[in-house]
Design a protein around this ligand. Structure first.
Ligand SMILES: [Zn+2]
Length: 305
């Protein structure tokens, strides 16, 4: 069942208020990527156990596989089954049209990122696409997130070392952030301060001094992408500074695959893989979500209607 426009607006209004509250109270929404029903259930289990408000998110790959309206329905069904506070984010939407479809499907958070599909997109292209989505989002009140740069990496495991000298060249600057927010009127700025998509053989480092400067330079929400494999103390500090949305994907995918490989090996005669997933894998993914919720200081903060 699709949500009506008034229902969508009500959800978006609440999401907007809750992001402001998170900033005031120094906690962050975990934005957990969902690959399938099992990962969504894992997020619900963790959120219900810790009474934490959460976002689940899909990027274009999952949209193509599952379908926007199936995601909306699945989330709404499980949200009421588990009694959790949950919103949906369209992550790295590759085009203005795709972002508009997400707004129409009732997603409360829309991340527009045309540079993901076109690394050569100019600053003007990025600003214009972001402005178009901000304008269209007025239909529902969805929160729009963007950034003036291309985020490196991907939600996977990489064997290569992190080249910090290269990464630093792509860091956000307080001036650049301020200009971008002024030009686009976005709700959420995706900061680049050492965060990187994917898991690597060495832990990530975040430049918290830079984050403080960015926090002072702009008056909108700040998100961190590429949260996997980041030592927890960075998150605890970032949340104190005022980050209110942190994306997690690869750590969950890693737990999913490793635990699935283990149970398949232990149960060579079981052909109902879905049964093994719902029995064992879901709990392993839920543990990852729980540990992030603790780092994000969002346990006990849920407001369920
Ligand atoms: Zn991302």
């Amino acid at each position: 069942m699709s949500l009506s426009l008034p229902e969508i607006r009500k959800n978006c209004f609440k999401a907007r208020q809750r992001m402001l509250q998170a900033r005031k109270e120094h906690w962050a929404f975990g934005a957990f990527n969902l690959d399938d029903e099992a990962t969504l259930r894992a997020v619900c289990i963790a959120a219900a156990k810790l009474k934490a408000p959460v976002l689940v998110e899909v990027s274009q790959g999952e949209v193509d596989t599952i379908g926007l309206y199936n995601v909306r329905d699945m989330v709404d069904n499980l949200k009421s089954e588990y009694g959790v506070e949950m919103y949906i984010n369209l992550d790295h939407s590759p085009s203005v049209d795709a972002a508009k479809r997400g707004i129409e499907a009732g997603f409360e958070f829309i991340h527009i990122d045309i540079s993901q599909s076109n690394h050569e997109a100019s600053d003007e292209d990025i600003i214009q696409a972001t402005k178009d989505v901000v304008q269209y989002a007025k239909l529902t009140g969805a929160l729009v997130e963007s950034e003036p740069h291309y985020f490196q990496g991907g939600s996977n495991y990489f064997n290569t070392k992190i080249d910090y000298e290269e990464i630093e060249k792509t860091f956000s600057t307080p001036e650049g952030a301020s200009q971008f927010v002024d030009a686009t009127k976005i709700d959420t700025f995706a900061a680049a301060i050492g965060n990187l998509h994917g898991k690597y053989p060495v832990p990530k480092k975040l430049d918290l001094e830079l984050l403080i400067k960015i926090r002072h330079a702009i008056d909108c929400n700040i998100s961190l992408h590429g949260g996997s494999d980041t030592p927890g103390h960075y998150f605890r500090e970032a949340v104190k500074i005022g980050v209110t949305k942190i994306n997690i994907n690869s750590d969950m995918r890693f737990a999913y695959r490793k635990s699935l490989e283990k149970v398949l090996k232990e149960n060579p005669n079981e052909y109902s893989v879905a049964k093994l997933i719902s029995k064992d894998v879901v709990n392993e993914v839920a543990k990852v979500v729980e540990s992030k919720i603790m780092d994000f200081n969002s346990a006990g903060k849920a407001v369920v209607d």
